[in-house]
Design a protein around this ligand. Structure first.
Ligand code: LRH
Ligand code: MN
Ligand code: MN
Length: 426
C-alpha cells in the first residue's frame, strides 16, 4: 500500500527535525558507552509477530463496537499486516490461530506472503471453543480431559495445526489450554496434569524435529478455581518432561497483579526454556491492552533481562519468539498494533542503553542507589529518535501512525470491505 516514494514524501517534512533530535541523542552522555549505529541496527533487526486475531475489533461479553474495514479472510489479514510492515519494518510475521485462519489456497498465500515480505511465525491451536460438527465437546477440558476420545480429538487438532503450519513454512506451535476447573473438587489436580503431559508428549512426537512447541500458562479464565497450566512453574515442568524443543511462552497478561515478570523471564532464560512472548498491556488481568500502555517500566525491566542474559556466556543461547497478543475494543486495531510495536522497540532501545559494566559493579558492591539510578537513567531517556531512525533506515515511515492517518488507510479499508465486515478471532 505504501510505495517507497510515498513513504519518502511522507517522511520529507519530518526529516530535519528528526535529524536534529537524533544527533542530539547520539551526542548525549547516554550513548557514551555505545555505538549509536549499533543500537539502531539492533532495533532494525528486531521483529515482532502480529496476531491474526487482533486485526479486527475485539469486544467483551458485554458487547462489541465495530470499526469497519476489518479483514474477512486470511488473505485480507495478511494484507493488513503488510500495511503495518511497510510502515514500521518491524512486524514481518504473522501468528495464525486455527481454525480461525485455516489456510486454503496454499500457493496463493505463499505468493501473497512473499509479495508483502512476510512469513508465518507460529500456529496457535484452539481447544477452548467447540467448533460446529465437532464430535467431542471441550466443556470439561481438552488435552487434560478425563475421556480418551476428547483428548485424542484435541491431540489431533494440534497435529492438524502443525500440518497447516508446515505448508506455510512455520516452525512453531503455540499451545494454550483453557483446561481447568471452576469448583473445588471438580477435577483431580494431579491426574489432570499427568493427562496433559501425556497429550502434549503425543503432539510433540508428531512435530517435525525442527519445530518448537510453546506452552503458554495462565492463572485463571475461563476456569476460575484452577487452571491445569496456571503458572510458569507448571509450563516449565511440562516442557522439561516433553523435550528440548518444548519451551515456555510468557504472555504478559497471564500473571496475577504485581507478579515480578522480569524475574520469571530471567529464570526461564537461565534454564534455557524461554521460548517466546505474547506482549500486551495489563492493568488487572488478561486485559490484552496496548503493550507498554500501562506499565512501561516493567516492559523495560523485561527487556533489561533479555539484553543482559544475551550477553551472559553462562546462559544458553536461545531463539525467543516475540509476538503480540492483544485485543482492541475502542482503538483502530492497526493503530494500536503500531503503538505496541513502537513501545516494544522503545523498551528494547532503553535496555540497550543500560551501562552494564557500571550496573554490574554497583550490584557486586551492593550500591543499591547507584544500581537503581543506572536503570532509571536508561529508562528515562527519550529513545524515540533511535526508533524513528530504525524505521527510516529500514525504509519505513518516521512516524508510522501519522503516515497511516495521512494516507486514510482505514477509510480505504472501509471502502473496500464495508462498514460491517467481521474478522475471525476474539
Ligand atoms: C488466552 C490467550 C492465548 C490464546 C489467545 C487468543 O488468554 O492469551 O494466547 O491463544 O489468548
Ligand atoms: Mn496469549
Ligand atoms: Mn490471554
Amino acid at each position: 500500500m505504501f510505495s517507497d516514494q510515498r513513504l519518502a514524501d511522507l517522511n520529507q517534512p519530518l526529516l530535519a527535525e528528526h535529524q536534529l533530535h537524533f544527533q542530539h541523542l547520539a551526542d548525549s552522555p547516554r550513548l557514551r558507552y555505545q555505538d549509536v549505529q549499533a543500537v539502531v541496527q539492533k532495533l532494525i533487526e528486531f521483529q515482532v509477530a502480529i496476531p491474526s486475531w487482533a486485526l479486527g475489533t475485539g469486544g467483551t461479553r458485554f458487547g462489541r463496537f465495530a470499526l469497519g474495514g476489518e479483514p474477512r479472510t486470511l488473505e485480507e489479514k495478511i494484507g493488513d499486516v503488510g500495511i503495518l510492515q511497510s510502515l514500521n519494518r518491524s512486524s514481518n510475521s504473522i501468528s495464525l490461530h486455527i481454525p480461525w485462519d485455516i489456510p486454503q489456497d496454499i500457493a496463493g498465500l505463499q505468493q501473497l506472503l512473499k509479495q508483502q515480505g512476510l512469513v508465518i511465525d507460529s500456529v496457535n491451536s484452539n481447544t477452548f471453543q467447540d467448533q460446529k460438527d465437532q464430535p467431542q465437546s471441550y466443556k470439561f477440558g481438552s488435552l487434560s480431559h478425563t475421556e480418551k476420545a476428547v483428548r485424542e480429538q484435541a491431540i489431533q487438532h494440534n497435529i492438524d495445526c502443525v500440518r497447516y503450519g508446515e505448508q506455510l513454512d512455520a516452525k512453531t506451535l503455540t499451545v494454550w489450554l483453557a483446561d481447568g476447573s471452576n469448583f473445588p473438587g471438580q477435577q483431580h489436580l494431579r491426574r489432570a496434569f499427568l493427562r496433559t503431559q501425556e497429550s502434549l508428549a503425543a503432539i510433540y512426537e508428531a512435530m517435525p524435529t525442527d519445530w518448537t512447541m510453546l506452552v503458554e500458562y495462565k492463572p485463571y479464565e475461563p476456569n476460575f478455581y484452577s487452571m491445569v497450566i496456571p503458572d510458569w512453574g507448571t509450563s516449565l515442568a511440562l516442557c522439561q518432561a516433553i523435550g528440548a524443543n518444548a519451551q515456555v511462552l510468557v504472555d504478559l497478561g497471564h500473571h496475577l497483579p504485581n507478579t515480578n515478570i522480569e524475574q520469571i523471564v530471567g529464570r526461564l532464560r537461565q534454564f534455557g526454556r524461554l521460548g517466546g512472548f505474547h506482549f500486551n498491556g495489563s492493568m488487572y488481568g488478561d486485559d490484552d491492552l496496548t503493550t507498554g500502555s500501562t506499565k512501561p517500566f516493567q516492559l523495560f525491566l523485561i527487556f533489561n533481562e533479555l539484553v543482559d542474559s544475551a550477553l551472559d556466556q553462562t546462559v544458553p543461547a536461545a531463539a525467543v519468539a516475540y509476538m503480540i497478543d492483544a485485543s482492541h475494543n475502542v482503538k483502530d486495531p492497526l493503530e494500536d498494533l503500531l503503538q505496541s510495536v513502537e513501545n516494544i522497540l522503545s523498551a528494547y532501545a532503553k535496555a540497550l542503553l543500560v551501562d552494564r559494566n557500571a550496573l554490574n559493579e554497583a550490584q557486586e558492591s551492593n550500591d543499591v542507589v547507584r544500581a537503581e539510578e543506572i536503570l532509571r537513567d536508561a529508562f528515562l531517556s527519550d529513545v524515540r529518535p533511535l526508533v524513528a531512525e530504525a524505521y527510516r533506515q529500514s525504509g519505513g515511515a518516521l512516524n508510522p501512525i501519522a503516515a497511516y492517518r495521512a494516507e486514510g488507510v482505514r477509510e480505504q479499508l472501509i471502502h473496500q470491505r464495508g462498514k460491517h465486515s467481521v474478522s475471525t478471532g476474539l
